[in-house]
Structure formats: C-alpha cells, structure tokens
Design a protein around this ligand. Structure first.
Ligand SMILES: C[S@@+](CC[C@H](N)C(=O)[O-])C[C@H]1O[C@@H](n2cnc3c(N)ncnc32)[C@H](O)[C@@H]1O
Length: 203
C-alpha cells in the first residue's frame, strides 16, 4: 500500500533517515546557495520542504541573510528542526496551502517539488503568495526524466506521488507561472547519474 509523501518522510524522520538526505543533497544545495546568494544584498528566504531544517540553518549563516524560514508537512521533521534550532522559524504545513505573512526575496527547495500531483500549481502558488517582486525561486530535483537512475524510486519508496517530467517541462512550469530569466542546469553529473536538475527564475 503506497503512502503519501508526508507520511513517508515523517517515518524517515523518526528512523533518522533525514541525516542521509542531508549528506546526499549537500553538494547540490551548496551550489544552489552560492548561485542565489551571490549578490551582496540583504535577503529573506524560505526553504520549501525543509526536512530537519539543515538548509534553513545554512541559509541563515549567509552573510546577508536577514530571515530564514522552513516549511514542511511532516510533523516529525519540524519537531527535529525546532529542537536543533530555536532561532529560525519553522512551520508544519502543506506547501500548497500555506501563505507567508511577509513575502520573501528567495525561495529555495531541494528534492520536494515532484511530490505534488500538479507541481505547476505549487510553482504558481510560490510565485503569487510567497515571493516579493524580483524574488527568486530556485529548485533542485534528482527525480526527473533524463536521470534514468531515478526512474525506479517511486516503486522502491512506496510513495503515492512522485511525478516524472523532463527538464523542458519543469522550465515551462516556471515560465507559465510568470517567472522571468528562467534557466536550468545540472549539478554533480557522473556516470549513470544525470546530476541534480536545478531550475530557477525571477518574479
Ligand atoms: C526528499 S525530502 C527533502 C527534505 C529536504 N529538502 C532535504 O533536502 O533534506 C522531501 C520533503 O518534502 C516534504 N513534503 C512533501 N510533500 C509535502 C507537502 N505537500 N507539504 C509540505 N511538505 C511536503 C516531506 O515531508 C519531506 O520532508
């Protein structure tokens, strides 16, 4: 019986598997943060699907970061995040339903957006309700069509929703939501591994 992504990752947090994700995603996330924080200007940010909050803490350490927020639907992930880090803000919410009180300059997300039946709706929701004008969304994913090594993951993990789209479709989702200056690239390509697909755009 397949389980929802939030149920599966809640169990992963209870089993300590969040640390493995942190280790596996570290190189791509470092490249994404280097790209999105390259300008020496103050910024506020949200990590969408923050897991145990490790990227929120990384973002908060950046020289010009003024506010860092993490949102995740799995209660056990958010409990861990709050226990490790009493300073930054964490919310246990469904990303598609949650709206921020104060819009931000940067929305970052790693390995989250394909856990939605209609990822285009989430991209449009972030554009409309989370980002300031000129704000950036940057998303990294390992499960996409060109990365054939990831095709069997849905079966392996027993997750009910894991959408598999090609790079071009992800770019179209950004463009259709209204993002400008969209671009995509791969980080950490290896033999039998197409790398993390990074997609970004500006509101
Ligand atoms: C593969 S994990 C990645 C976690 C973190 N970004 C990292 O790199 O370690 C995917 C995360 O997305 C969260 N998630 C999935 N669907 C969600 C939803 N509808 N609303 C909020 N969070 C969701 C899960 O709870 C999980 O923590």
């Amino acid at each position: 019986m397949e389980k929802s992504p939030i149920e599966v990752f809640g169990q992963w947090a209870e089993q300590g598997k969040d640390k493995g994700m942190e280790d596996n995603h570290r190189a791509a996330v470092a490249a994404m943060i280097a790209f999105s924080t390259a300008q020496p200007t103050p910024f506020s940010c949200i990590d969408a699907g923050c897991g145990n909050g490790w990227v929120v803490r990384l973002l908060a350490q950046q020289q010009h970061c003024q506010k860092a927020i993490g949102v995740d639907g799995a209660a056990a992930m958010i409990e861990k995040a709050k226990a490790i880090d009493p300073i930054n803000d964490y919310y246990c919410e469904d990303l598609l339903k949650w709206k921020t009180v104060q819009k931000v300059d940067l929305v970052h997300s790693m390995e989250v957006f394909y856990y939605f039946e209609n990822p285009d709706q989430l991209i449009a929701h972030v554009f409309k309700h989370w980002l300031k004008p000129q704000g950036r969304l940057i998303m990294g994913i390992d499960h996409y069509f060109e990365n054939t090594a990831s095709h069997h993951w849905k079966k392996d993990c027993g997750v009910s929703i894991m959408k598999l789209f090609p790079e071009k479709t992800w770019l179209h989702f950004f463009e259709d939501a209204g993002f400008k200056e969209t671009q995509s690239w791969r980080v950490d390509e290896k033999e039998n591994w197409a790398g993390t697909l990074v997609v970004t755009g500006i509101k």
